[in-house]
Write a protein that binds this ligand. Structure first.
Ligand code: PGA
Length: 262
């Protein structure tokens, strides 16, 4: 893993957005995997800004989001389709028919999950996946204990994740108990992965993911098995990394040709 430690949250968000924009510039017809939650909001805002300046064009891009709540229709304010429309899709030129979400309203959720996996395959696989991380080490909604080989499926949220997300719904009771999420196996098939984590409440999860053992108890630790992962953190989220000075050293000594996003 490449660990990039930026001074503050804003710097980490900008780094991530510019990495993604550079990737889209060099791969105009790419397939992006996208994430929701509080962390990437400013990344999408920066991508919209770059789009408006003419610095990135999403006209040929295809997207697949990581997850969706079960039972929330797309027009529901807390559905992830609504989140993405409000923060990115309505403001840039991604054709709507090329934006994809797991279907949390399907009668047959298992069949919808298989269809989602097939749609990713048909699109040629995900070229660049954006990820956040939960305080419990989840990626997508793969809670601790998820199989490291899991595929898109229905999951039950932990009480901790329900508490974390209650801020969006007004109360814990209003948070759906079930979600449909890409599996860890699905996520790890992306050709490249960029994870953004900011704030002190992510420090333990980041240290466990980067420097702890590979274990289903920390789903994000599966990324240690992936050959092309960039982890972008601010100082706070990186504060429990034992090798933080080494990661800074590596970044400072990176040859110029490696700084170009290919
Ligand atoms: P957050 O969620 O960005 O709202 O902290 C991250 C995640 O659960 O992946």
């Amino acid at each position: 893993m490449e660990v990039v430690i930026r001074q503050d949250r804003r710097d980490a968000e900008r780094y991530t957005a510019h990495f993604m924009a550079a990737f889209v510039r060099s791969h105009p017809g790419c397939v992006l995997g996208l994430a929701t939650g509080g962390t990437p909001e400013a990344v999408y805002a920066e991508l919209v800004r770059l789009y408006r300046k003419g610095e990135v064009d999403f006209g040929a891009v295809t997207t697949f989001n990581l997850d969706e709540y079960v039972g929330l229709p797309p027009e529901h304010e807390q559905s992830y389709r609504h989140y993405m429309a409000a923060r990115l899709f309505n403001a840039v030129n991604i054709p709507e028919e090329r934006t994809h979400f797991p279907d949390g309203t399907a009668q047959d959720i298992a069949a919808a999950c298989r269809a989602y996996e097939e749609a990713i395959r048909q699109a040629g696989g995900i070229d660049l996946q954006l990820l956040g991380i939960g305080r419990d080490g989840h990626i997508g909604f793969n809670e601790p204990g998820s199989s490291l080989a899991s595929r898109t499926r229905i999951k039950t949220l932990t009480a901790a994740t329900i508490r974390d997300n209650a801020r969006y719904f007004g109360s814990e009771d209003a948070v759906p108990r079930h979600v449909v999420t890409m599996g860890i196996g699905t996520i790890c098939e992306a050709r490249r992965i960029i994870m953004l984590a900011t704030g002190a409440n992510k420090a333990e999860a980041i240290a466990a993911m980067v420097e702890g053992p590979v274990t289903a108890m920390v789903p994000a630790s599966a990324l240690q098995m992936h050959p092309d992962v960039v982890v972008v953190v601010d100082e706070e989220a990186g504060s429990k990394l034992r090798l933080a000075d080494y990661y800074r050293w590596v970044f400072e000594h990176k040859p110029d040709w490696q700084r170009v996003v290919r």
